[in-house]
Design a protein around this ligand. Sequence first.
Ligand SMILES: *Cc1c(COP(=O)(O)O)cnc(C)c1O
Length: 426
Amino acid sequence: MTYQNTLSFANEMDEKDPLKKYRNSFLFPTFTDKPVVYFTGNSLGLQPVKAKEYILQELEDWAKYGVEGHFHAKNPWMPYHELLTDKTAKIVGAKPEEVVVTHSLTTNLHLLMVSFYRPTSKRYKILCEAKAFPSDQYALQSQVKFHGYEPNDALIQIAPREGEHTVRMEDVKSIIEKHQDEIALVMIGGVNYYTGQLWDMKSITEWGHQAGAIVGFDLAHAAGNIHLKLNEWGVDFAAWCGYKYLNSSPGGVSGLYVNERHLKNKELHRFAGWWGQEKETRFLMEETFKPIETAEAWQLSNAPVLGMAVHRASLDIFDEVGMEAICKKRDLLTGFLEFVVDDISERYDNVNFEIITPRDVAQRGAQLSILLHGKGKSLFDFISKEGVVADWREPNVIRIAPAPLYNNFEDVYRFGQILEKSLKAL
Ligand SMILES: *Cc1c(COP(=O)(O)O)cnc(C)c1O
């Protein structure tokens, strides 16, 4: 693709974009003085227009039926989460029985580690990313301590080489090989939240399994962004949140995946709750727990229907569009952003924008992380006043994520114009 940093090029691309109509399926923020350029779909996705209607349906049925809504609501609440299963399975490349929408992300990571981090005196270490998202770090440290180990000893953290920003997959392979008798679990973010690097989940799963370890991924930045094939890759477990690329409301419901090979294993340890109990016997209130033979067994509580209603509104759009089309536009749009940022960086002497996200499209999704050499927070504050909603990370990185479902090429062009304006002003 040959890009041009012009409005006419951007408009031409938008005209040709098969997903252009979906921009109108989302509500863009109105709080900025200038028209908004929303580039934080990796942090909180925009509200689907239909979300309100889907929630209202449940509020009305609650008013009309009270408790009977569990069975008589238009979408009965008892099996409400089942309405989300097939669509979720398609997004992450799983079989329907391998996924369930439930709880929140960190909760799910803990519940999955209860089942899949089973250290022994010889094999007790977890391979994870250095500087993982803080919640993941706390979850990993506390899991390790819970089993009586020291995080400093039990967590093997893989970092970029000196002077580099992203991790080389060959280094992941050699670390796994080096510690192959000690690693119980490989637990990595599919897309690193800071650099936007997409890890080679297929190979990591293979290497982990060769070493005799379990392999799980945190897909917070990957679900709805990357064309995932969890079942085909043989990943053991994964979890993600619904509110980033999946646009399902602040703190919205999470999804989890467990590979089919584990679903009938009665020996698995788990923290159980009644919603994980076999459906036929759930209301007999029996004393012994009989887990459902699907990922639903990891559910603890009855489902938060209002949050799930929003999730449905969003998943309906994903289902209509499909991940293939989303990823195709994603690469064009992110490529255009890369071109515009490079173009500006070359033309201005007072700044150097270093894109620390991989240049290789096979190693990234919709996010570019830009290291601002020669400029800092003042540039970020300037562009924010001009209507750009982006994300600032200390010491001087801006994370920008054009979401293919609702961002367009003109957004990227306007972002470039605002960047140039800031460079002239500062
Ligand atoms: C966003 C994000 C979280 C947030 O966890 P919650 O439990 O949803 O608050 C955790 N881990 C990663 C990698 C994230 O990107």
